[in-house]
Design a protein around this ligand. Structure first.
Ligand code: NI
Length: 151
C-alpha cells in the first residue's frame, strides 16, 4: 500500500496544501455527520471531514497490512428495502461458505438490519468478502475486526 500516507503523514498534512472538493450527500447522512461534529466540538465541517477521511485511510491501510490466517467478525448494517440487496448479500455469503462459520441477523428498525458474520480463514479472502459486501448499494456500514490465530 505504498500509495497511501504513513500515519504521521496523515496527521501532518499541511493546511496550506488544501484542495477544494464538492461532494453530493444525502441530507440524512450529512445531518448525522453534523450531529457528531457538534457533539465532538468541531469548529468546522471541513475539519470533521478531514478527520473522517484520515480515519478511512487508516482503516484501509490497516486492512492492507493484515496477513495470514485470522478469526474475524464482519458486521453489516443495511437497508432491507433496497431492491435485490438481501439476495445479493446471501449470494456473497454462499460464495464464501467455507469461510463463514456462522451468521446472526437482527432487525434494527423497520428498514434497517444488522448482520454479524463469524469468519475464519486467509486474510485475503476475509477482506474480499468484507469489500464485496461494502460495495453493495443499500449497505450502510461494514466493519471488520480480526484476531490472529497464533498469539
Ligand atoms: Ni432484518
Amino acid at each position: 500500500m505504498s500509495d497511501l500516507f504513513s500515519d504521521s503523514e496523515i496527521d501532518t498534512i499541511q493546511e496550506n496544501d488544501l484542495s477544494r472538493i464538492g461532494v453530493s450527500l444525502p441530507a440524512s447522512l450529512l445531518n448525522s455527520f453534523d450531529k457528531i461534529l457538534k457533539t465532538r466540538g468541531y469548529s468546522s465541517r471541513s475539519e470533521g471531514i478531514r478527520d473522517a477521511i484520515r480515519s478511512y485511510i487508516r482503516y484501509y491501510k490497516w486492512m492492507g497490512e493484515l496477513t495470514g490466517e485470522r478469526q474475524g467478525v464482519i458486521t453489516i448494517v443495511y437497508d432491507h428495502h433496497q431492491r435485490g440487496l438481501i439476495a445479493a448479500i446471501t449470494d456473497i455469503q454462499h460464495d464464501y461458505m467455507g469461510l463463514i462459520q456462522a451468521s446472526l441477523h437482527s432487525h434494527v428498525s423497520h428498514t434497517r438490519c444488522v448482520e454479524v458474520l463469524l469468519v475464519r480463514g486467509g486474510v485475503h479472502e476475509v477482506k474480499e468478502v468484507a469489500e464485496r459486501l461494502m460495495a453493495q448499494k443499500g449497505v450502510e456500514t461494514v466493519k471488520l475486526t480480526t484476531i490472529p490465530l497464533e498469539g
